[in-house]
Design a protein around this ligand. Structure first.
Ligand code: MG
Length: 251
């Protein structure tokens, strides 16, 4: 099965979309304007995190599987697939026991505070978040990361990348525990976000989450970030707009 393809808004419409959101960020005529941002694959590219973990795995394979160790050492973000087993397969690892080991090695590290320092901001994301915040929007970072193992690292990474955090009007919302499926959590929590004010825009890289926002927040600008997402995701609703990054928001 081939991956679905998404059609991004034309450049001029992307500019207009970001402009409308910034204008609504200033509007205090009714309830406070709220913008909801997912983190992974939306504001941040987490592929460098996976890459760093695979390079550490390669180090540990130096004597046991030197050819694979070398391939992993040379890997770059473009060799990565969504799933680790596919990423290592792309790099020539075919032995089932090594693939299983790679998955375990990755899983033990990827969902931890310390690994988050490798993440980088998506193009234009910091500038757009700051501009919206400065205009008066409340920012809610609404992530499927969990509070126990990724809360501190998420806060640190938002701060270090330059996103508004630790200030009035910027809030980090995480899953109370790792085992809750992201979509279940987002569906459960979205109505509570409305306590903050009027949700004027949402950004997420998972079609399932975007569909929840489109269904529950029909007056918001609901935006799908076409970066990477879980294989087998549901079809994206037609009222969700697609962009690949925030570059069109840059002046
Ligand atoms: Mg995401």
């Amino acid at each position: 099965m081939s991956a679905p393809t998404y059609i991004s808004l034309p450049a001029a419409e992307q500019k207009a979309l970001f402009r409308r959101i910034l204008e609504r960020s200033e509007d205090k005529s009714s309830r406070a304007p709220v913008i909801v941002f997912d983190l992974d694959g939306t504001l941040m590219d987490n592929r460098p995190r996976t890459l760093a973990i695979l390079k550490a795995l390669g180090q540990s394979w130096k004597t046991r599987a030197p050819k694979h160790a070398e391939a992993l050492a040379k890997a770059n973000v473009d060799s990565l697939a969504y799933l680790v087993k596919d990423s290592v397969a792309n790099l020539g690892v075919t032995e089932p026991e090594l693939i299983a080991e790679a998955e375990t090695f990755w899983k033990e590290r990827f969902f931890t505070d310390d690994a988050l320092s490798h993440d980088v901001a998506i193009a234009g994301a910091v500038e757009f978040a700051r501009a919206a915040y400065e205009r008066g929007a409340m920012l809610v970072y609404f992530t499927g990361r969990d509070l126990p193992f990724m809360g501190v690292g998420s806060f640190r990474s938002l701060r270090d990348l330059g996103f508004p955090i630790g200030v009035v009007g910027a809030e980090l919302v995480l899953k109370p525990e790792f085992s809750i499926p992201d979509e279940t959590f987002k569906r459960m929590e979205v109505s509570r976000l409305e306590r903050r004010g009027e949700i004027i825009a949402t950004f997420d890289n998972e079609p399932g989450n975007c569909n929840i926002f489109a269904e529950t927040q029909p007056t918001a600008e609901n935006v799908f970030m076409d970066t990477q997402h879980l294989p087998g995701a549901p079809a994206l609703r037609s009222d969700v707009k697609t962009v690949k990054d925030f570059a069109a928001a840059l002046p």
